[in-house]
Write a protein that binds this ligand. Structure first.
Ligand SMILES: [Ca+2]
Length: 342
């Protein structure tokens, strides 16, 4: 039979299929088909300056669909107020914000004894006035709910202590299986040295559980985006932009400088690494293994990573300086842009 014959048969069959199953674009908008990266941001926002900056970046980036923000460690209520204020100003009042665990695992323990329990720049959202309500769910319950709703699609980025993840692994093991992945800013590992770093150090038990669980885990060194930190001129650009969003960020930077005695002179963006990884093309990874050695309370846990083709954890490499400079420019463009319409 001729090629034409087969072509005609194909066209007829194709038409029948199209009539029976119209293209998605003709149907009601479907969030699962938006092609955006669905993220939950698990954060100690209002402690250091990078969390609020990168949360703003994620909310104002078309690549991400921020479904929820969960807060962790210490004053989780004040952290949730700051998170809700950021989401509100970026035109996303519906983003569900849930408070998480105050202390590291086990519950009676606080590993990081230097933490005062006070929020460093909760001053930018001192009370509930005008804010959307906080979620009635606790952080781990909200993550589990969304994992069940969007199986295989949810990425949880952790840019604070791992406590919410530790509890999620224990309390919602079935929902955890439905997560696409967890991407963590934690530990410090370069070719020169390996040490535990703040985000894993706050809750090494929870971090160890993530390392031993079967959840796909991407671990990025806290120094990954070391070349993306803001310069004086970048803060100046934010100050001059005059938007409610940039005003909030500038106010947060001012409070951070005032309150945090060990603050660097310009804002670092350590937590940007998780979003840089998700954007693709910025952070190289290799498979490997993570070793966390937990000793008696008050001793600093040992930590090292090892490249291993058989390893199930992906380990990130530091973004080189030239690339980091380009990423900072994209970061700034997103922060300076008015809230995007959805
Ligand atoms: Ca953080």
């Amino acid at each position: 039979m001729s090629q034409n014959y087969y072509r005609k048969i194909f066209i007829i069959l194709f038409s029948v299929v199209m009539v029976s199953f119209p293209l998605k674009s003709n149907a009601a908008p479907d969030k699962t088909s938006t092609g955006k990266i669905k993220v939950i941001i698990d954060t100690d926002i209002a402690e250091d300056i990078d969390d609020i900056l990168v949360t703003a970046f994620a909310l104002n980036s078309p690549e991400f669909d921020v479904l929820a923000i969960t807060t962790v460690d210490g004053n989780v209520q004040a952290r949730s107020r700051v998170a809700r204020k950021v989401a509100l100003l970026y035109g996303r009042p519906e983003v569900e914000v849930a408070e998480g665990y105050v202390r590291s695992m086990p519950l009676e323990d606080i590993t990081y004894t230097g933490f005062t329990g006070g929020v460093r720049y909760g001053e930018v959202a001192p009370d509930e006035q005008g804010l959307p309500p906080v979620s009635p769910l606790r952080a781990d319950a909200l993550i589990a709910k969304l994992a069940n709703k969007y199986p295989g699609e949810i990425t949880v980025v952790t840019i604070g202590s791992m406590s919410n993840i530790g509890h999620l692994l224990v309390r919602y093991p079935e929902a955890v299986k439905k997560l696409k992945q967890i991407v963590t800013n934690g530990g410090n590992f370069t070719s020169e040295e390996h040490r535990i770093g703040w985000n894993l150090r706050y809750d090494p038990v929870a971090a160890l559980m993530a390392a031993r669980s079967s959840v796909p885990w991407v671990l990025l060194s806290e120094s990954t985006s070391r070349y993306c930190g803001l310069r004086g001129e970048d803060v100046e650009r934010l100050s001059k932009a005059g938007l409610p969003t940039t005003e909030l960020l500038v106010q947060a930077i001012q409070w951070w400088r005032k309150n945090k005695t060990d603050a660097t002179s310009q804002p670092h963006v350590s937590d940007l690494n998780v979003f840089a990884y998700l954007l693709g093309g910025w952070v190289e990874t290799v498979p490997g293994k993570v070793f966390i050695d937990i000793g008696p309370r008050s001793s600093l846990p040992g930590f090292r990573v090892e490249d291993d083709p058989e390893g199930r954890i992906l380990l990130g490499r530091v973004i080189p300086r030239e690339k980091g400079t380009r990423l900072r420019e994209i970061f700034m463009e997103r922060l300076l842009a008015p809230p995007r319409s959805r």
